[in-house]
Design a protein around this ligand. Sequence first.
Ligand code: SAM
Length: 331
Amino acid sequence: MEAAGGGELESTGKDEAEAEYHSHDFEWEDLKAEVEANPGFSYHLSPFPGPAGTMNLPPPPPSSEAWRSFHRRHSSGKFFKERRYLLKEFPELLKSNDCAKALEVGCGNGSTAVSVLRSSESTTVFACDCSKDTLQKASEIISNTKGIDVKDRFHPFLLDFSKETFPDWLFCNVCQSSLGKTAEDLLDLSHHKREERPVFLRGNQCCVGGMDFITMIFTLSAIPFDKMPTAIKHCVSVLKPGGLLLFRDYGLYDMTMLRFLPHQRVGFREYVRSDGTFSYFFSLDTVRELFHAAGLIERELEYCCVTSVNRKNGKTMQRVWVHGKFEKPIS
Ligand SMILES: C[S@@+](CC[C@H](N)C(=O)[O-])C[C@H]1O[C@@H](n2cnc3c(N)ncnc32)[C@H](O)[C@@H]1O
């Protein structure tokens, strides 16, 4: 079974960066027709809950706890793999204004954060995860990565984004509501007397002023489907107007979805691995609905369909990922 640590990478016959970059080796519609015609896959398609009996199963334990134990078991950082292809997928990261701020949600060992830090020497990355262990590992890996100076540019913090709101120091309510106000209005800085200021806030700064980018890379699929709408709203609340949410995650009928067994289904297109971590497989419509409901405008949304070959056993694998780019409206 696929490992939970991103699981995106397999041994391929291609140059890895090329294989991961969005490609169209096959048509998603052809794969859909093949899967839907195959009786062996019918349990993936049926509504959930399925036949009587599955309704009596106890609910799976919280997925964030499963992720915490996953990271405790894999403390060597072996799932770290710099996602350099993200800078090709999302060239805006390279063209960003001076001093851009990015929030990497569910940063794991820092595979995405490293690439974002590499995009520009003036970009700052705030990165959250529900696991303290993985945040420590990410800091260690990032500070040991050659070629990037991370001094004052990488700020990891602990947060379960399926449950909690983001801390005020990312984009405080007063600053949110003061968008469009005059300089005189902003002289009322009483909110600057906030307690628990993180050390990187300077002078009478009350918050870092919102994010230019949010990266959600193989993270949304890791939380239960029913928590996604609220979790996305929390993320959007710290994005600046005009800011971009960059999304990549598992797509419907990805090979790893078709490998799950009937008892691992915990919802429609939602599965639990044997280690208790969740995995959801997105259709474009689901992604569109989730992000539109949070008030974002769709800029790009497509399936990336990549055929790769496992070097060890020669088997061909059809991988499906969703690539999306969404913008927060200015007004
Ligand atoms: C598949 S990994 C992806 C890591 C990273 N984004 C990357 O590009 O490699 C999913 C990450 O989401 C984190 N995660 C899962 N549920 C979470 C939650 N509720 N709140 C915060 N992080 C969560 C996991 O701990 C894990 O590090």
